[in-house]
Design a protein around this ligand. Structure first.
Ligand SMILES: Cc1cc2nc3c(=O)[nH]c(=O)nc-3n(C[C@H](O)[C@H](O)[C@H](O)COP(=O)(O)O)c2cc1C
Length: 190
């Protein structure tokens, strides 16, 4: 069982990073192999809409997104940790998702598998935001569920926390950290 954590925040050791680390700790304790990618450390551009992938089924742009494609391929579980920024995911998360246009092309244009179908993948979302508004996670949920759907990743659940703003504020919410830990355990159990 290989679990890929994708840390989407530009703030290292911020709230979503802490929750992701806790989830992965829970998963590792159950024997899962874990890996974290920090999107903010990668050099990548968003989709350039060159349409090369409609013929080739892969992205022509040779940047750090190529590592992410390889990690997505190898993962049994994908956990995206994405703070809310202007109601949606941060730019790096959206760039990574848009670069999965080549996986969309494989599926809907070339009629092949977006990722190898030898694994049945699951996906989980961690998101936090400062505000306390009804529906504050709706835009992120729409984008992430679309992404998982295209990749044929089953939506396995989420941990969505409002009223969390300062760096490390989530540490004052042991319940939330415990929920992340338990989600990791559950994901590792399959
Ligand atoms: C550029 C920017 C935009 C933000 N926009 C929102 C927003 O629309 N809604 C919200 O609830 N919080 C918003 N926030 C607050 C963050 O979601 C909040 O601080 C969160 O705890 C950050 O998580 P992190 O430490 O993992 O980066 C924004 C923060 C930044 C830096």
């Amino acid at each position: 069982m290989r679990i890929l954590g994708i840390a989407g925040s530009p703030r290292r050791n911020g709230n979503t990073d802490l929750l992701l680390a806790e989830l992965l700790k829970g998963a590792a304790g159950k024997g899962a192999e874990i890996k974290t990618i920090y999107l903010n450390n990668l050099k990548m551009v968003g989709c350039q809409h060159c349409d090369a992938c409609l013929k080739e089924g892969k992205c022509r742009i040779q940047d750090d997104m190529q590592q992410v494609y390889a990690e997505l391929e190898q993962a049994d579980v994908i956990v995206l940790a994405s703070p809310v920024q202007f109601s949606g995911p941060p730019a790096a998360v959206k760039a990574m998702i848009d670069r999965c246009q080549c996986l969309w092309a494989r599926k809907y244009v070339l009629n092949t598998a977006p990722l190898s179908r030898e694994r049945k993948r699951k996906g989980f979302l961690i998101s936090v935001g400062a505000r306390n508004m009804k529906d504050m996670f709706v835009p992120t949920l729409g984008i992430v569920k679309t992404w998982f759907h295209v990749l044929e990743v089953e939506y396995a659940g989420d941990l969505l926390l409002s009223k969390i703003d300062e760096k490390g504020a989530v540490l004052k919410q042991p319940d939330a950290l415990q929920k992340a830990f338990e989600a990791g355990q559950k994901l590792a159990e399959g």
